[in-house]
Design a protein around this ligand. Structure first.
Ligand SMILES: C[S@@+](CC[C@H](N)C(=O)[O-])C[C@H]1O[C@@H](n2cnc3c(N)ncnc32)[C@H](O)[C@@H]1O
Length: 232
């Protein structure tokens, strides 16, 4: 049994990345909602996908208005980056707390489901914004630092057979107001909204009548939420 929030767990789960009903099913649903915040590509802009995992964002960047992006992913996991490469992502192995990327090079920085895994949120936000060009867009989604989120996504979720045990450490969950303040201090005004799965889709997914679940935007940011902002 690995320690809670150990990134090596993703190596153990490498076969799960692209299974629509596997351990990372919800990450597929979130990738759709994330892509909706990415601005249209003009020219060949660089999209830096922090903690890209198995590259689940890749198919969504094939939409006609996003197809111009050069999709570069950074992840600490060797096996995850291999999987992402197989799905068309150019990958770099690295830590989001010390990005192996030069300043102001990215047109879009995406940080999907990583901020709740880092031990130094301030440094992760600083790094994400350091590499973003002025006028570039930051897109992120993460889990809220609330007791309800910990109850739903750690205590209860980990009782489900398909949810990996110990994948999250609730102590690292992210307060939306703090995230907004950290971004604002570094030049990005983040607009935040909550996300929840559409209940009807979940029920149909459970009985195998659907292969995906749509996420619905909401004002309540007490569990899963996403943010988007442009760097001044
Ligand atoms: C929940 S997954 C999210 C993957 C992807 N963003 C997605 O939404 O499909 C978290 C990912 O973060 C990576 N990770 C964890 N800590 C990291 C760090 N300090 N630097 C870079 N990657 C990290 C893991 O290897 C894993 O691929």
């Amino acid at each position: 049994m690995r320690p809670r929030n150990d990134p090596a767990q993703y190596d153990d789960l490498v076969a799960e990345w692209w299974r629509p009903r596997g351990a990372f099913a919800a990450l597929h649903w979130l990738a759709v909602a994330r892509a909706q915040l990415v601005p249209p590509a003009t020219g060949m802009p660089l999209l830096l996908d922090l903690a890209c995992g198995g590259g689940l964002l890749a198919p969504h960047l094939l939409a006609p208005h996003l197809a111009g992006y050069r999709h570069v992913g950074v992840d600490i996991g060797d096996l995850a980056t291999q999987v992402a490469r197989e799905h068309g992502v150019t990958t770099v192995r690295g830590d989001v707390l010390r990005l192996p990327v030069r300043d102001v090079c990215a047109d879009v920085v995406v940080a999907g489901e990583i901020l709740e895994h880092v031990t130094d949120l301030e440094l992760a936000v600083s790094e994400a914004i350091r590499v973003l060009k002025p006028g570039g867009t930051l897109v992120c989604d993460t889990l809220a630092d609330t007791w309800l989120c910990r109850l739903l996504l750690v205590t209860l979720a980990e009782r489900l057979p398909f949810v990996p045990k110990g994948i999250h450490d609730g102590a690292l969950f992210v307060d939306p107001a703090r995230l907004r303040a950290l971004c604002q201090e570094r030049g990005v005004d983040l607009a935040i909204n909550g996300l929840r799965p559409r209940v009807r889709d979940v029920l149909r997914w459970v009985v195998h009548q659907r292969e995906d679940v749509r996420m619905v935007s909401s004002r309540w940011t007490g569990a899963v939420y996403q943010g988007v902002g442009v760097k001044r």
